[in-house]
Design a protein around this ligand. Structure first.
Ligand SMILES: Cc1ncc(COP(=O)(O)O)c(C=O)c1O
Length: 405
């Protein structure tokens, strides 16, 4: 069988693969705990459900405009004004099948083969492959200061004449870091001055703790006309617990959005009108579910951080947002894929290897699950890797015996 260069080189999404592994083990009755998850466990907002149900009841479910319905765009205009203080027009907006597709069509509209795209590490697992899908070259940048927060200098050192775009994701998956105002100001001004596209992946914007707020890139933009290179990505997946609805969007200059809409029109004809109705219900409806999710996650974070602190060799920078922690386990094993597999094999706990996010020696441990899973999952991990653990561990009725050091 012959496959294209892209077909051969694009790898499977590790995080989606994890979900599949979890489902298979669970179906076999294995006592598996998923600490690698990427979605909140709460229900979708009631306003989203009633909105989609009432449209479905009409029995008329037709094509929507390829770049999103008028009503959905209105909702995004309102959202953008409320959350970014910027009044944009319908032609500045495209609605896509999740934030993922919004990023993908933006890259397809921007990149030529061999162009380069910079993003700080640790980074979301999909960025490198999305860039490769365009025939372009991913350029991950590990912050030199040993933190999860890049500096403008880190970025500048990697800019070349091929650099076409920079992707910034803050709050960050997997570290939970919120990049400081000074960095956002620097990067917005730098990208504007150099004419490099700046894609702000803000999907975790509302999931922040300790009363923190996320810096607003629009505060530093001088020009948001057709020359602007700023693209804002957002959606309902995370903050509204609506991952399965697959609705995200991009806000950018009208020419770019038009090109993205042309591409999307040939790929999917746009997203389902039903799912857009649900998203409108979510973002225009009562916002208490977002606040309640945020406080659940903040509490989960506390539990996880306290448990991880009980590990002698584990180093953790406390996440300030999202529902992920990125802990340094290199004192136990420098090979994160090996460690992650060991934990799954021995104690049936799923974690995501740091190497997938561009940083070896780390594990991404999510706190979007239940307190029970977080607590028990971390206890199992500790039992498995701490040489001073007792010889036996019970998982329900099942007795595990340490036959390793
Ligand atoms: C950083 C980041 N961007 C984008 C997405 C994709 O979001 P969506 O489910 O809306 O496509 C995710 C999902 O995990 C993410 O973590």
């Amino acid at each position: 069988m012959s496959l294209s260069l892209i077909g051969r080189n694009v790898s499977e999404s590790v995080t989606l693969k994890m979900n599949e592994t979890f489902a298979i083990l669970k179906a076999k009755g294995e006592p598996v705990i998923h600490l690698g998850g990427g979605e909140p466990k709460s229900k979708a907002p009631i306003d989203a459900i009633t909105a989609i149900a009432s449209h479905l009841n009409t029995g008329e479910v037709r094509y929507a405009a390829a770049d999103g319905s008028v009503e959905m765009k209105k909702a995004v205009i309102r959202y953008t004004q409320e959350n970014y203080g910027r009044l944009v027009e319908p032609k500045n907006i495209i609605i896509s099948s999740g934030a993922k597709q919004a990023i993908m069509v933006a890259l397809q509209a921007i990149l030529d083969p061999q162009d380069e795209v910079i993003f700080p590490a640790p980074y979301w697992v999909s960025y490198p492959d999305m860039v490769k899908l365009c025939g372009a070259i991913p350029v991950p940048v590990v912050p030199e200061n040993g933190t999860f927060t890049p500096t403008l200098q880190d970025i500048k050192q990697n800019v070349s004449s091929y650099t076409k775009a920079i992707i910034i994701n803050s709050p960050n998956n997997p570290s939970g870091a919120i990049y400081p105002k000074s960095f956002i100001k620097d990067i917005v001004e730098f990208a504007e001055e150099k004419g490099i596209y700046l894609i702000m992946d803000d999907i975790y914007q509302k999931l922040v703790f300790d009363g923190e707020t996320v810096p607003n890139p629009f505060d530093y933009v001088k020009d948001f006309t057709d020359n602007s290179k700023l693209v804002i990505i957002n959606g309902v997946s995370k903050a509204y617990a609506m991952t399965g609805f697959r609705i995200g969007w991009a806000v950018g200059n009208k020419k770019l959005i038009k090109a993205m809409a042309n591409i999307q029109g040939h790929q999917t004809s746009g997203t389902s009108i039903l799912l857009q109705k649900a998203a409108i219900g979510g973002i225009n409806g009562v916002q208490s579910s977002v606040a309640s999710l945020r406080s659940t996650l903040e509490n989960n974070r506390k539990v996880l951080v306290n448990h991880l602190k009980a590990f002698d060799g584990v180093h953790l920078i406390e996440p300030k947002g999202t529902f992920y922690s990125f802990a340094d386990f290199s004192a136990y094993d420098k090979d994160s894929a090996r460690l992650s597999k060991f934990l799954l094999d021995k104690v049936r706990v799923l974690t995501v290897p740091g190497v997938e996010f561009g940083m070896e020696g780390f594990l991404r441990i999510s706190f979007c699950g239940s307190i029970k899973d977080i607590t028990e999952g971390i206890e199992r991990i500790k039992w498995a890797i701490d040489p001073n653990s007792p010889n036996e561990l019970y998982i329900g009725e099942r007795k595990l015996v340490r036959d390793w050091n």
